[in-house]
Design a protein around this ligand. Structure first.
Ligand code: BGC
Length: 444
């Protein structure tokens, strides 16, 4: 398999996110984000890690962008830390913070890389969380102002925009399960966050459309093929529920279909709380592309002891299936399956695989990391992707997650997803074998 098999127009890139790489948490006038405060207080992050320095991308962005170029990627996807440009979440912009992203963008353009900006990759300004964060009605106005600020500031040089990164990720882990910032729990918080997010993704799209000429606008979703453990009616029922939750909850409102209430009665119960729940027109936006991010399929079985969803994960390890260092099942087959499921929506825009990658227990030995498992992972997923392309699915590109080992949310610095190994004592980066593999692959 060669990169050229995907055609001359296929877009290859690599992605990072502000809170995971930048560090400089309090430099240049930045305000605190919910990840700064959650990491400091919650006790929920492995080895009590904090993102205050992370990979120090804030100071090393030139070197990192040079590495992207060296590897042969064409796209560099990064996010804007809302609290760097608006330290209090709203109000007066921070000129230093705005200047930082100008420098990052200019460096990309100078190196002939195409910048893709993610507006929201999970790091809400802490000041807004004090008002209730994504559960509060006031979040939509604040978000829209933030989008407008970025669009006006950078829109004349950046044309590719991603409104949200994986809304299901931050609403579920952050507002239902309490495992991610801001650490809230419960279905009431979850559904409030979901609804304001569904409005924000469409509003954000509209603001970009009106402020940025010739904009190419997308948003991203996590997606996982959901498999019932057996073909019993109960296992199939809970698989359908989890599919509504993990795969359908945000794309269907964006496509103008509203929430998938017909397939899960619980969603109906929540609509009475929000006057705007049925505003299918406002939740719709015709995106130019949809970013899909896949890390694992999920096998579930019925368990009546689990409240509400009554579903239980049957882990890959227990089923003796190949899995990554995170315990996530490796399956190019189910990757292809879930992409086909999304591609089957009637008015689905072109798809970009906006993140895909794997963490393993990498070891740095004499400056080298022999990560054969990661290379095998990419080969399997890329072969599946090529099959999808050859079937005629409209897939425009693929972005690797991620450039270098970074602050992996609740895993702290313990999960290494990078093509470069980061020594978190010195912040030195070392190209892993998988990085060299990508360089050769992209040249092929
Ligand atoms: C997120 C990344 C994260 C990756 C691996 C995605 O859900 O967008 O920020 O690091 O998964 O867990």
């Amino acid at each position: 398999m060669k990169a050229s098999d995907f055609g001359p127009d296929f877009l290859w890139g690599i992605a990072v996110a502000a809170a995971q790489v930048e560090g400089a948490a309090l430099e240049g006038g930045k305000g605190l984000s919910i990840w700064d405060t959650f990491a400091a207080r919650s006790g929920k992050i492995k080895k009590a890690a904090v993102p205050s320095v992370a990979c120090d991308f804030y100071h090393r962005y030139k070197e990192d962008i040079t590495a992207v170029k060296f590897l042969g990627f064409k796209i560099f996807r990064f996010s804007i830390a809302w609290s760097r440009v608006l330290p209090a979440g709203r109000g007066l912009p921070n000129q230093d913070g705005l200047g930082f992203y100008h420098r990052v963008i200019d460096e990309c353009l100078q190196q002939c890389l195409v910048p893709y900006i993610t507006l929201y990759h999970w790091d809400l300004p802490d000041a807004l969380e004090q008002e209730g964060g994504w559960t509060a009605f006031s979040i939509n106005e604040a978000f829209n102002n933030f989008v407008k600020l970025c669009a006006v500031e950078y829109g004349y040089k950046v044309k590719h925009w991603i409104v949200l990164n994986e809304p299901f990720g931050y609403t579920s882990l952050g507002y239902m399960l309490g495992m991610h910032a801001p650490g809230k729990t419960g279905l009431n918080n979850f559904f409030a966050a979901v609804h304001h997010t569904a409005l924000a993704q469409a509003d954000g799209g509209r603001i970009l459309r009106s402020e940025v000429s010739k904009a190419h606008i997308g948003t991203t979703y996590s997606c996982s093929k959901i498999l019932p453990h057996t073909n019993s009616p109960n296992d199939e029922l809970v698989a359908r529920r989890i599919d509504c939750l993990m795969n359908r909850l945000f794309i269907e409102p964006a496509l103008g279909l509203g929430y998938p209430t017909a397939d899960w009665e619980l969603l109906e119960r929540f609509n009475v709380r929000f006057a705007t729940w049925r505003l299918t027109a406002r939740m719709r936006f015709d995106f130019d592309f949809i970013g899909l991010q896949n890390y694992f399929p999920l096998t579930v079985k019925y368990n009546p002891l689990i409240p509400v969803i009554q579903a239980w994960e049957v882990k890959a390890k227990n089923r003796k299936r190949p899995h990554t260092g995170m315990g996530w099942e490796v399956s190019g087959l189910h990757f292809a399956g879930i992409i086909r499921q999304f591609a089957a929506y009637e008015n689905m825009p072109p798809i970009m695989i906006s993140e895909n990658g794997a963490a393993y227990h990498d070891k740095l030995i004499s400056g080298r990391v022999h990560d054969d498992e990661r290379v095998a992972f990419f080969k399997e997923y890329l072969a599946a992707l090529l099959e999808l392309k050859n079937e005629g699915l409209n897939i425009s590109g693929y972005l690797v997650w991620t450039l270098m080992d970074n602050f992996e949310w609740a895993e702290g610095y313990q999960a290494r997803f990078g093509l470069m190994y980061t020594d978190f004592k010195t912040r030195e980066r070392f190209m892993k074998d998988s990085g060299h593999w990508w360089k050769d692959f992209l040249a092929s």
